[in-house]
Ligand binder design. Structure first.
Ligand SMILES: *Cc1c(COP(=O)(O)O)cnc(C)c1O
Length: 439
């Protein structure tokens, strides 16, 4: 059982159980496969926009005119067209590299709404961010704080910083996407935070502007997020006691999406609960609320289209061998993540309904996109892997010398190629052999 197709940004004429071709907005996904080939990532502009607007409306209702900013976590899906959709909606951006900052600027994003997270910022990246005038840095170690102060001094600029503190809250999600526990590489230990803030406040080229945390991803219950929020509000109060007044508070991203039929966090309830946590500030803090959602904005606005290459029934199992693989979408292999897989082609009466493991051509047993899926598919059919809008293309690799997929954005009745399929020549254009006369 899965949630209605509309949850995943797609539909069928005649309803979810009809045998018609799968659509995204007003475009049949089979038309996209015919025009652009497979595998291809397809994003819905309307679904991206709706996801942003739903969160924005929840925050507006909770904040009642008090300031907030949604900083889309670029790493979830950094295609320029996707960033441009969010930039036009007034989003800020949460970046984790200088490369992502370049993308945000290329997509028309506003540097003044960019926060720079990540625990290994290089001197070059810090320089670039200071020169573009970003909103601030989320700092993850004491060493980074001193580095940023030094770089800012050398440029004769001031760096706005928040500490990403580690609230030691169990996000109860997959260990690979849990980031808020003590033994984690991320953030500054909660019990060190006040001391580090005091040092920061004394540095010549640092302005302390906020408190930040991010405890993990794909959280389907808001309790850990709210526990973390209560802790960082209390920390901001303690900082105010010490004469350090922050301008914003950010509980990070992490709001989960429906991948199958699971309930996830209700955005209105979450926004209201964050507001409640702020209102419990002992010092009556008046701060801007920042959020850093990635998956919640992009995850269910994209699908990965793939074509059936071979049907391989065996004694033990039936395999559907498709032309997408773990190099295109690594989540199932990396985190045992579940993605719904449905036919994009209209049902084909001659194809027997079977239970399949849907697998890619990569030479790894882990290259499984979905296990035990009931499908009536035959060679050449197009199928759609749902909820692939976040942590999909961005994690793609060229393993097995496979070119990375094309990316297409649907907007109403039109489809736009937003990244052409990589060509084999692209793959080894920057490689070279030893000079031939060198025996
Ligand atoms: C990845 C990340 C996010 C976004 O996480 P989602 O689960 O996609 O919302 C937000 N903040 C930081 C610091 C991150 O590293």
């Amino acid at each position: 059982m899965s949630a209605p197709l509309s949850t995943f940004g797609v539909s069928r004429d005649g309803g979810d159980d009809s045998t018609d071709a799968l659509r995204m907005e007003d475009v049949a996904l089979t038309d996209i496969a015919a025009q652009f080939g497979t595998p291809t990532y397809v994003y819905s502009r309307a679904a991206l926009t709706n996801a942003f607007r739903r969160l924005d409306a929840a925050l507006a209702a909770a904040r009642q005119g008090r300031p907030y900013l949604i900083c889309y976590a670029v790493k979830a899906n950094s295609n320029l067209a996707v960033l441009n959709v969010f930039a036009k909606l007034g989003a800020g951006f949460d970046i984790v590299s200088g490369g992502e900052l370049r993308r945000v600027l290329a997509a028309g994003g506003d540097a003044r709404k960019v926060v720079f997270s990540g625990l290994g910022k290089t001197t070059d990246e810090i320089c670039f961010a200071l020169q573009t005038g970003i909103k601030g840095f989320n700092i993850e170690s004491e060493a980074e704080l001193y580095r940023i102060n030094t770089v800012a001094a050398s440029l004769d600029k001031r760096a706005a910083v928040s500490l990403r503190v580690n609230p030691d809250v169990d996000a109860k999600t997959h260990p690979y996407i849990s980031t808020g526990l003590k033994n984690n590489k991320f953030g500054i230990a909660f019990d060190r935070a006040v001391a580090v803030y005091k040092q920061a406040a004394q540095l010549s080229h640092i302005d302390v502007v906020g408190v930040d945390c991010h405890i993990g991803s794909q959280l389907v219950d808001d309790a850990p997020l709210l526990e973390a929020m209560a802790k960082i509000v209390a920390l901001a109060d303690e900082l105010a006691d010490a004469g350090i007044h922050v301008h914003h508070i950010c509980p990070g991203g992490g709001v989960g999406i429906t991948y199958s039929d699971e309930d996830t966090i209700d955005l209105n309830r979450y926004a209201a609960a964050l507001e409640m946590a702020l209102s419990r500030s002992r010092r009556g803090l008046k701060v801007e609320l920042l959020l850093e959602p990635g998956r919640a904005l992009a995850g269910n606005a994209g699908v990965l289209l793939t074509k059936v290459e071979y049907v391989k029934p065996t004694e033990a199992k039936n395999f559907l061998i498709v032309d997408a693989a773990m190099n295109d979408l690594i989540r199932p292999s990396l985190y045992q993540a579940h993605h719904e897989i449905v036919m994009a082609s209209p049902a084909n009466a001659t194809a027997p309904k079977r239970i399949y493991d849907v697998v890619g051509p990569v030479c790894e047993s882990a290259d499984v996109l979905g296990r035990g899926r009931t499908l009536a598919a035959s060679e050449g059919d197009v199928i759609a892997i749902l909820s692939a809008g976040a942590y999909g293309f961005v994690m793609a690799s060229n393993y097995n010398t496979r070119t990375r997929a094309a990316e297409v954005m649907v907007d109403g009745t039109s489809m736009h190629c937003v990244r052409r399929r990589e060509m084999l020549d692209d793959l080894f254009a920057s490689e070279m052999v030893l000079t031939p006369d060198l025996k």
